[in-house]
Write a protein that binds this ligand. Structure first.
Ligand code: MTE
Ligand code: MO
Length: 233
């Protein structure tokens, strides 16, 4: 078990539970979750897919890490299981890229159409996982089944749930926001540096976001009642 030992970041408050959370516009979006999945890789190369079998060839790792949402709530000690993003990239993706491919930015897209990006260098760091299990169980719909990105050094909004597609690009020139307004998506969003958003200092966002937590949690709980359980294969 790896443990991500970051100091407690500025402006965060511990929460006892781990709520379903996200951008309120898409709280009710119907996510077609199934246990059978592939990841689609797109960029300046021929699109290809990575299936479960290929992922399963990677070393399985466990990671205990605190989870920090940009709105200031944190959940301590989530225990994830899955595959290192660096192994995924180096062992599965890179061999399929043209040698001339120039990739520095990854764009993640979820089945609920949520989108977020991170520099490839941040994703290759220790403790970044593509997770399919949480706290000893198959990743539930609530936390992003069938696969999610776990990048504990970055705010929750970079931790893509229901991961379906990864774009690999030379830079951010072709990156178009979709769900997150530009001001809300810091290019790196590192928790330790309080990179909550753009244009304003991190601490200022605390006061804007904090009053929204309760309502957002409630809104995100509603679809859980009707969500399909993950199918077993
Ligand atoms: N696909 C998808 N991923 C997402 C989101 C979302 O709405 N859709 N919300 C992000 C935000 S803002 C947070 S804080 C975390 C919440 O993860 P949780 O629901 O497991 O607590 O997921 C992130 N990843
Ligand atoms: Mo968040």
């Amino acid at each position: 078990m790896m443990t991500d030992k970051q100091p407690w970041p500025p402006g965060q408050k511990e929460r006892a539970d781990f709520p379903r959370f996200g951008v309120r516009d898409i709280a009710g979006f119907d996510v077609p979750v199934s246990d059978v999945y592939t990841l689609q890789l797109v960029g300046e190369f021929e699109t290809f897919t990575v299936n479960q079998k290929a992922l399963a060839t990677l070393e399985r790792v466990e990671l205990a890490a605190d989870f920090h949402c940009v709105t200031t709530w944190s959940y301590r000690g989530a225990c994830w299981s899955g595959f290192r993003f660096s192994d995924f990239f180096e062992q599965i993706v890179q061999p399929q890229l043209p040698v001339t491919a120039n990739v520095a930015l990854a764009v993640f897209i979820g089945l609920d159409r949520y989108k977020a990006s991170l520099p490839l260098a941040d994703l290759l760091a220790d403790g970044v996982l593509i997770a399919d299990r949480l706290n000893g169980e198959q990743l539930p719909f609530k936390h992003g089944a069938p696969l999610r990105l776990v990048a504990p050094a970055h705010y929750g909004y970079k931790n893509m749930k229901h991961l379906a597609k990864i774009g690999l690009w030379p830079d951010g020139r072709t990156y178009r926001k979709r769900v997150l307004p530009t001001i809300m998506e810091h290019p790196r969003a590192r928790v330790a540096f309080e990179e909550r958003g753009r244009l304003f200092p991190g601490w200022l966002f605390r006061y804007v976001y904090r009053p929204l937590i309760k309502r957002t949690v409630r809104q995100f709980e509603r679809p859980l009642q009707t969500a399909q359980p993950v199918e077993k294969v």
